[in-house]
Write a protein that binds this ligand. Structure first.
Ligand code: 9D3
Length: 244
């Protein structure tokens, strides 16, 4: 898969995308991330990409011409997604990561300043995404989040841990159960007995109940969408859950 990123801060990208699973996926040829400097498409000697808003008011707006010309230079295949990262976007979810991971080419436009000329959204971007309800200084970190979430889903990217995808919290719909490793006792904190028992049915039941307990406590909103068995519902009710 090819990923294009259009930004006025290309220097932000190499470190986060060069390390770990995303770095290895690039070395293995599974993903190619191309970062494009929007200023290369500016029309003036100062390499300006913003201007003041029509109608007045504070702040600056990204001009449409450099963005349009940068994206046109990529010669994207017909129908290829062009994602504008903006605070006005739909919340980025695991389902979006899965959808984008199935595309041969994905383009991410990083907003800066106080916003982007609406004609970019109307005629160039195919969708808008936000990574959450907090204010960032621009779309670059959001683009890195999207690349990270998408690239790890590419077949072969996780190597041995590929089964872990089915186990992902936001794939199964529950938060993950608590994990432990050696030592069995650390500073007086011991590993739950059941995990040392070798009774795999008991371990599975314990993990499932812990995942339910944790989700109820920290993300009760997720329970409405999760796939729950009658057994799960019984355990949740025991913990004080009331549906709806
Ligand atoms: C004046 C209103 N603000 C919009 C909520 C202005 C504004 C704030 C922050 C405009 C741009 C930004 C920069 N943020 C992003 O470009 C951004 C973002 C974010 O701030 N939060 C979560 N996801 C994203 S994706 C891009």
């Amino acid at each position: 898969m090819r990923l294009h990123i259009v930004t006025i801060f290309p220097e932000m990208f190499p470190a986060p995308l060069g390390a770990g699973i995303v770095g290895r996926a690039q070395e293995a040829g599974l993903a190619a991330v191309h970062v494009h400097d929007l200023r290369d498409f500016a029309h003036d000697r100062r390499r300006t990409t913003d201007d003041s808003p029509f109608g007045g008011g504070p702040g600056m707006v990204m001009r449409p011409e450099p963005l349009y010309e940068a994206v046109e230079s990529l010669q994207l295949p017909e129908g290829s997604p062009v994602v504008a990262l903006t605070p006005q976007g739909a919340p980025f979810r695991q389902a979006d990561a899965e959808r984008l991971a199935a595309e041969p080419v994905v383009t991410l436009l990083c907003g800066r300043y106080d916003g982007v000329d609406e004609r970019v959204v109307a005629g160039l971007a195919t969708e808008r995404l936000s990574i959450g309800d907090y204010v960032l200084t621009g779309g670059e970190l959001a683009a890195m989040v999207v690349v990270d979430a998408v690239v790890r889903l590419l077949p072969g990217a996780l190597g041995h841990a590929e089964e872990a995808i089915a186990d992902d919290s936001f794939t199964s719909g529950l938060l993950q159960y608590p994990q432990y490793t050696r030592p069995a006792d650390y500073r007086g904190m011991s590993v739950p007995e059941v995990l040392l028992s070798g009774d795999h049915a008991a371990i599975d039941r314990w993990r499932r109940n812990q995942a339910l307990r944790r989700t109820l406590e920290l993300r009760p909103d997720l329970l409405a969408q999760a796939t729950l068995s009658d057994e799960d519902r019984k355990e949740l009710r025991r913990l004080g859950w009331s549906e709806n």
